[in-house]
Write a protein of this length. Structure first.
Lengths: 422, 518
């Protein structure tokens, strides 16, 4: 157990989730008699969940900053219907439609960000309003009709990579992506290890690194194999590719850039962040805006996949995205969470959904099981924390420190606060 | 239990060889504590020595079975399984961070969890009657219906005690009761403790303020590194502050302040006619026409009672981060600055270390390295990308130079003791390389040894040619550290004294009265 923990770093919940994900896959692979890990099923899984996972990327940043966004499903639906109309009624090419959709997402995000950041209304309220407003707007603009989109637009939601190069029996671009992924993982692991050594920081034993690399690369190569050997014409799906790019970009932004640091700082302790020169309003604005941008993208991918925009697109998506983020280790109070964790959380839900479907479990039971999984995942983490496995001091303080701090809630202004007493 | 009668005074409490372990750490090792009925017993020790852990064992926060050793209370071995059990036996603990609910009234807070009922319904008439009586006993003249958030910390502390009295307390434990109180509120609280003693209530007090302990305690138990070192009788042993410090640190401190030869230059920073309004209350000023200056290499103290407007002044100068700006001018090197945001203030070379480390100064979720660079990410970033190698190197450099005690800079700041947390905060501001550094209560909640080190760091910063402002409630600290001291009363600067003119008396006079002559 300890050795396993070393492999995946100290984060218990993240480790637990990777473990749970693998266990789930193995479980379903056995009980569906091999129908889980087939090319067709895995491609389907990605196609059918990529938009939720994209939402989870935006949502984790919102939640780290200490907010929530309930409007993403409605925003996705509204952007979807608008883009469909732009393309159908104005005869725009699909890529202009996509750009306009992203622009619309930014505008909607700016609207919500304005209320949250500059007026100081809690995001829960602003986005609850947004949920109603944009759902209504979707049905108003689309007259509650289904609006079809042309085939070339459908590429972003259900397309596959083109075939090229020699006939290897595999899908060449998928293989290429897989190999690049492996090279990237090995390169970055070795580089970070070398850097840590040069700085005199603690590094794990060599065997730990090698085993970790073998496991991770093995997983990537196996996935590559699955994606590359599907029925002819299929490959790693386009939405999956968009998702992979977004994970890399946002993973980098959240952990390595100044704005990323500021998001964690604002969510962890807004007053302290402001007194260190962080412009928290700007951070909140950007985080909310980014969420709607990604919601717009998710909406378009969904429309592309379902070949038409409809009045009930995106219903309940916000809850799936939020669940993924919390399963992936984020804290309700903000300041904690990772992009990769949320993706893993989202995949746990997706695999669960998919596996239960393959087993023929009804939608009713599936919902109950998903609800229990969410509850247990978070309970497991809370239990771990109160048991002090993560920190001795955390345990020493367990009854007093956390509850008595003033938590910088969304409505108190730093300029109004002197200290606890006053 | 037979041993109890061998002493002249009956013991109300005896804790015998208490040992409490956390994974990897022995927080208490064979600690013994003997408290006589009706006395005030002080527990002294540096931060992290195990005082609070001991009290949590006593009050059932750490239930019976999670520690070894015996708690003998009122001649019986007790096995408290939670706080309710210990409260039932008459042991009430009041924590440093008050457990009151700000939105509820004084009365509702006093009876919270202990509501007087008549057939299952709260009997408010009874509650009001009893709360009036309890408030009179603690000397608090407030309407029982006043919400807690509208009264000051000093009065809140009294409400906590009233709440304890309502539970018919026999042994009252106060953890750092005066840490957040001003002089007069502290004095009132200490008098109240003596009054309770007169009524036969035994108290245990944990405090860093040794002068207070000397003033009220009958006996002092000193704890160091999780072990009980000695128990002193204040009268019989002729205990004074130096004697207590010796026990706490295990050696005598020759001086509580490092030697310092100030190198003072020309005026570096100046604030003129500074007026700031209260953030919520119209027409109320928190800074009234304040003017002050600091020279290069100078340490300037700001003395004032709590609520006098010291922090308000500092924060409003620091990028208008408190209150409504009305008018005033800020000059650095003779040039006027416009500091409308914290960012601008930092860029102009100002730094501000908050008085409230946990709620305003630190993100407790962060690790040491991220905290160290958090106010100056730009310096270690290129194209908005943070260079995590530089981050580590910078944090490591400050860890070494400030001698922060931590296994690694990747440790979370929440795990550090107060003194080490403060070093990390200082590192964070030193890394912004400020010319003017404002330190608000830089040693609050920090033990004696770490204080000495912090003073040394402050003096070193001044010697590097920075202008340093120190705000403190502890007058000996200001007198020991500052080259010049301004006094503040009700938002206005009432005087300025050079180091050799200043004394506790002269400062206190200026801190408690409006300016006599213009």
């Amino acid at each position: 157990m300890n050795a396993l923990k070393k492999l995946f770093g100290g984060n218990t919940r993240q480790f637990g989730m990777i473990f749970a994900l693998v266990a789930l896959i193995v479980f379903f692979e056995i009980f569906t008699e091999g129908r889980t890990l087939t090319s067709g099923n895995v491609i389907n899984l990605f196609n059918g969940n990529s938009y939720i996972l994209i939402l989870a990327i935006g949502m984790v940043l919102v939640i780290i900053a200490g907010h929530i966004d309930l409007s993403v499903g409605s925003v996705a639906a509204f952007v979807g219907v608008c883009v469909s109309l732009f393309i159908r009624d104005w005869g725009l090419p699909w890529y202009i439609g996509v750009l306009m959709g992203l622009g619309l997402g930014v505008l909607i995000g700016a609207w919500q960000g304005f209320w949250v950041a500059y007026v100081g209304i809690p995001a829960f309220i602003v986005t609850l309003a947004g949920m109603l407003i944009f759902r209504g707007a979707n049905q108003l603009v689309g007259k509650s009709n289904t609006i079809p989109v042309p085939t070339d637009f459908q590429y972003i939601g259900s397309g596959y990579l083109p075939e090229f190069g020699p006939n290897t029996g595999y899908n060449n671009p998928t293989m290429l992506i897989g190999l690049l992924g492996v090279a990237f993982v090995i390169f970055s692991e070795i580089r970070s290890r070398r850097n840590a050594k040069a700085l005199g920081a603690e590094v794990s034993e060599a065997w730990v690194m090698v085993l970790k690399l073998v496991l991770v690369c093995g997983a990537i190569l196996y996935a590559t194999y699955l994606f590359a050997t599907g029925r002819p014409g299929t490959s790693f799906p386009v939405p999956g590719l968009i998702l992979a790019v977004l994970v890399l970009v946002y993973g980098f932004i959240s952990s390595k850039t100044v704005i990323g640091r500021h998001i964690y700082a604002v969510g962890g302790n807004r007053h302290a962040a402001e007194l260190s020169g962080v412009q928290s309003k700007k951070v909140n604005f950007l985080v909310m805006m980014n969420m709607s941008l990604l919601a717009g993208l998710a909406g378009m991918i969904f429309v592309g996949r379902s070949t038409a925009s409809g009045p009930f697109d995106g219903v309940g998506w916000e809850l799936d995205a939020i669940a993924a983020v919390f399963i992936g280790g984020a804290a309700v109070t903000g300041g904690v969470g990772t992009v990769i964790g949320s993706i893993i959380g989202g995949l746990v839900m997706a695999v669960l959904n998919n596996g239960l479907q393959l087993l023929g479990v009804g939608a009713d039971l599936t919902q109950i099981i998903k609800g229990l999984v969410l509850l247990i995942a978070v309970a497991f983490d809370v239990y771990n924390k109160t048991q002090g496995k993560r920190s001795v001091v955390g345990m020493l303080m367990k009854n007093f420190s956390r509850s008595n701090e003033i938590k910088a809630d969304e409505t108190t202004q730093t300029t109004d606060v002197i200290s606890k007493g006053a | 239990m037979t041993s109890l009668n061998t002493h002249s005074d009956p013991l109300i409490l005896e804790m015998r060889s208490i040992t409490k372990e956390f994974p990897g750490v022995k927080a208490l090792a064979d600690v013994s504590l003997r408290v006589k009925a009706g006395e005030i017993h002080a527990i002294c020790g540096e931060n992290g020595a195990g005082k609070s852990t001991l009290m949590k064992v006593l009050s059932g926060v750490y239930p019976f079975g999670t520690y070894t050793g015996d708690i003998v209370y009122q001649n019986e071995v007790q096995e408290f399984k939670d706080i309710r059990a210990s409260e039932h036996a008459g042991i009430v603990i009041i924590h440093q961070e008050l457990a009151l609910i700000p939105e509820l009234s004084i009365m509702e807070n006093i009876f919270l969890g202990n509501e007087p009922t008549k057939r299952g319904v709260i009997d408010w008439a009874e509650a009001r009657l009893r709360s009036t009586e309890l408030l009179a006993r603690v000397g608090l003249r407030e309407d029982p219906d006043t919400p807690i958030k509208e009264i000051g910390v000093g009065k809140q502390q009294l409400v906590e005690i009233a709440k304890a009295l309502n539970k018919s307390v026999k042994l009252l434990i106060l953890d750092e009761p005066t840490a957040a109180l001003n002089e007069s509120d502290s004095q009132h609280l200490l008098d109240l403790m003596l009054g309770l003693k007169g009524r036969g209530i035994t108290s245990i007090i944990i405090s860093h303020k040794l002068n207070e302990i000397e003033q009220i305690a009958d006996e002092i138990t000193i704890i160091r590194d999780g072990k009980s070192i000695e128990t002193l009788n204040v009268l019989a042993d002729g205990v004074d502050e130096d004697r207590i410090i010796k026990g706490m640190v295990g050696r005598t401190l020759e001086s509580r302040f490092p030697d310092h030869e100030p190198k003072i230059g020309e005026v570096l920073f100046e604030v003129k006619n500074w007026n700031v309004g209260h953030p919520q209350i119209q027409d109320r000023l928190v800074c009234k026409n304040s003017s002050f200056f600091v020279r290069r290499g100078e340490i300037v103290g700001f003395a004032g009672l709590m609520g006098a407007g010291r922090t308000e002044l500092a924060r409003s100068v620091f990028g208008r981060s408190y209150g409504r700006f009305i008018s005033g001018h800020v000059y650095k090197d003779g040039k006027e600055l416009q500091l409308k945001s914290v960012r601008q203030a930092i860029d102009a070379g100002l730094g501000y270390v908050t008085e409230d480390r946990k709620s305003l100064g630190l993100n407790l979720l962060d690790d040491i390295k991220a905290t160290t660079v958090s106010a100056n990410l730009r310096k270690i970033s290129k194209n908005f990308v943070v260079d995590t190698n530089k981050e580590y190197a910078v944090a490591e450099e400050y860890r070494k130079s400030l001698r922060t005690k931590t296994p690694s800079v990747e440790e979370g700041v929440a795990k550090l003791s107060g003194g080490n947390q403060q070093k990390v905060v200082l590192a964070k501001w030193m890394f912004t390389d400020p010319d003017v550094l404002i330190l608000d209560e830089p040693t609050r909640g920090i033990d004696v040894g770490a204080k000495f080190e912090i003073y040394g760091i402050i003096q070193k910063l001044a010697n590097e040619g920075k202008a340093v402002i120190v705000i403190s409630s502890e007058l000996p600290e200001l007198l020991g550290l500052s080259d010049r001291i301004y006094t503040i009363f009700e938002g206005a600067i009432t005087g300025v004294l050079d180091k050799d003119q200043a004394s506790q008396e002269s400062l206190m006079k200026l801190m408690t009265s409006a300016r006599k002559s213009a």
